[in-house]
Design a protein around this ligand. Sequence first.
Ligand SMILES: *[C@@H]1O[C@H](CO)[C@@H](O)[C@H](O)[C@H]1NC(C)=O
Ligand SMILES: *[C@@H]1O[C@H](CO)[C@@H](O)[C@H](O)[C@H]1NC(C)=O
Ligand SMILES: *[C@@H]1O[C@H](CO)[C@@H](O)[C@H](O)[C@H]1NC(C)=O
Ligand SMILES: *[C@@H]1O[C@H](CO)[C@@H](O)[C@H](O)[C@H]1NC(C)=O
Ligand SMILES: *[C@@H]1O[C@H](CO)[C@@H](O)[C@H](O)[C@H]1NC(C)=O
Ligand SMILES: *[C@@H]1O[C@H](CO)[C@@H](O)[C@H](O)[C@H]1NC(C)=O
Ligand SMILES: *[C@@H]1O[C@H](CO)[C@@H](O)[C@H](O)[C@H]1NC(C)=O
Length: 539
Amino acid sequence: MKYKFLLLLLAGISLLLATGVHSQHEDIPYQPVANICQTCMCLSSQDSDHRTHFNLDCSVRNFEHILARWPEEFGSQAVAGGASTEIVVSYSGNRIRLLQQLPATNASLTLSCRHCGLQDLQAPLFMDAPNVEALYLSWNELTDNVLNPGLFRGPWNNTNYEPIGLKDLDLSHNRIARLERLLFEHTPHLVKLNLAYNKLSILDAATTAAVGSVTTLQRLDLSHNGLMSLPAELFPKLRSLRILDVSGNEFTVVPASLQQLGKSLVHLNLAGNQFPSLKENSFKGLVALKRLNISSLPALRSVEKGALILPAVEQLDCSRNPKLENVELGDLLSSRNLSQLDLSRNALTTLVLKENNNSASASSNRTIQEPWPRLRRLSISGNPWYCSCELFKALELSGLSHIEQEADGTEARCDTPYLLAGAPLSNLTAEHICNMVIPKKYRAVDEEPPRFLRRRYIILTAIIASVVLVIGLVIGFIVVCVRRRLKGSDYGVQPIRYTSVRGSNLSQFSNLQPASVASKFNNAHAGASNGATTGAANA
Ligand SMILES: *[C@@H]1O[C@H](CO)[C@@H](O)[C@H](O)[C@H]1NC(C)=O
Ligand SMILES: *[C@@H]1O[C@H](CO)[C@@H](O)[C@H](O)[C@H]1NC(C)=O
Ligand SMILES: *[C@@H]1O[C@H](CO)[C@@H](O)[C@H](O)[C@H]1NC(C)=O
Ligand SMILES: *[C@@H]1O[C@H](CO)[C@@H](O)[C@H](O)[C@H]1NC(C)=O
Ligand SMILES: *[C@@H]1O[C@H](CO)[C@@H](O)[C@H](O)[C@H]1NC(C)=O
Ligand SMILES: *[C@@H]1O[C@H](CO)[C@@H](O)[C@H](O)[C@H]1NC(C)=O
Ligand SMILES: *[C@@H]1O[C@H](CO)[C@@H](O)[C@H](O)[C@H]1NC(C)=O
């Protein structure tokens, strides 16, 4: 009895709370629906699977609110239709400050309100539209405090709120700095979560718990948030995470917590971070990884031995790293499925393809002969290549018979040695280069030495110099003679006197000096104080 009463009370309270939240925005009107299809674009279609699609495009219509009901043109199916009906609605590009509760429908729903200037969301949004599938709210002004678990709760069912069907949530380009721990408690089907370009620079315990609780998550975008690390608590439950984008953050080392995604992670983007180097075991345990992006890393100087142990990798983008001078590619020799390797626009001078002893799988003879049978594209343009036998042997080993031009028309060219500078690599073969005698670090100096170093200029300079010297001596001699004539008595007559140091003029001078210095100092001081007083007077 008592138990039932308590339950009733609880239900009553939560109902009150629910209506309380509701009434908060009750007075806010909706956009009128009458003849809406003359303002917005309404489309209905049926595909071969007898699925009905309704498309309502109200983008850039100067709306301040969403519609209260679905357009009459859509008929009753838009409301009642179950999984076989789909509604796609866009309010993007309006000035909708508050997103209100969506009108009732059992259809699967996709809602966009990008560039809406959204600041607030009415909770619950999808109480009457529990089959919402995708919600795109990027490019708005949403902050942490409007994101609460109540937003996503479904219809009330005796004891609890039912979950909603949300699979795809885009909150990128907002002002979110943290998430509530239980934010996703009503969205157990969430597969794709985009939080790029927010302010999640530190993932605190609540935020980590919120994201880490979405066990169904397959794609997570945390790019461009100013992140410096990924907490270890983020990934243990994300067993299905396949695609992770953490590009454009502030990482200086590859987060160790990524290892927890070893079995599932297929695609990892680390571009635009601050790694000075990629060390051994950076990608340890990522045995399923097929696509790795380590491009646009402004500080990266080296990719060290043992870093690129990626047994399943197919596409590796290691381009646009302006300081990258050294890549150990030996580890990649055991990545048999490699099909695209982009090493363009780095600062590489050579490539070394030698098997590292610590390679994950000790490879057979076969692999070193043709390591990458599936390689379709190898981009190496935009590097200052030192065209050596070693480089061409490595390129030959890669299995690509000739190096193609890039799509933008650039081509890999030799930078050194001097003999080959500017020559396209595609014009050269290993045979050609290995038979050429190129002195190591050869730099030709066969142009004429500068003018002043040529022999006749040296002789001329010597002659001019000696003539000048002789003339100078002669003039000096004449001057001395003339002066002797004029002051004959002063010179020569007085013999040089040798005296003891004590009695010498020198010691007299040094005795005198303090006084003269003092008087000088006084003069200077007087001058300075004069200056000071005048300065003060001026001031
Ligand atoms: C949606 O379907 C449920 C049953 O699955 C039904 O009770 C409810 O009335 C339907 N809602 C609408 C708006 O038709
Ligand atoms: C209410 O929810 C429970 C558990 O989520 C579920 O088993 C039950 O079928 C639901 N009841 C109704 C009437 O939808
Ligand atoms: C790698 O990431 C950068 C920056 O996000 C992007 O521009 C580039 O296209 C990516 N590379 C690949 C192969 O997807
Ligand atoms: C390489 O690709 C094949 C077929 O796509 C696949 O069966 C194989 O498991 C892949 N190898 C690795 C090491 O992932
Ligand atoms: C690699 O292993 C071979 C023998 O298998 C050994 O002779 C060689 O010194 C090792 N090289 C390195 C760099 O450890
Ligand atoms: C490697 O090559 C040698 C001789 O060239 C051969 O005896 C050996 O069996 C080969 N090993 C493998 C694993 O193929
Ligand atoms: C490529 O080589 C050929 C002959 O081998 C030569 O005629 C041609 O000028 C070279 N191209 C360039 C761009 O150096």
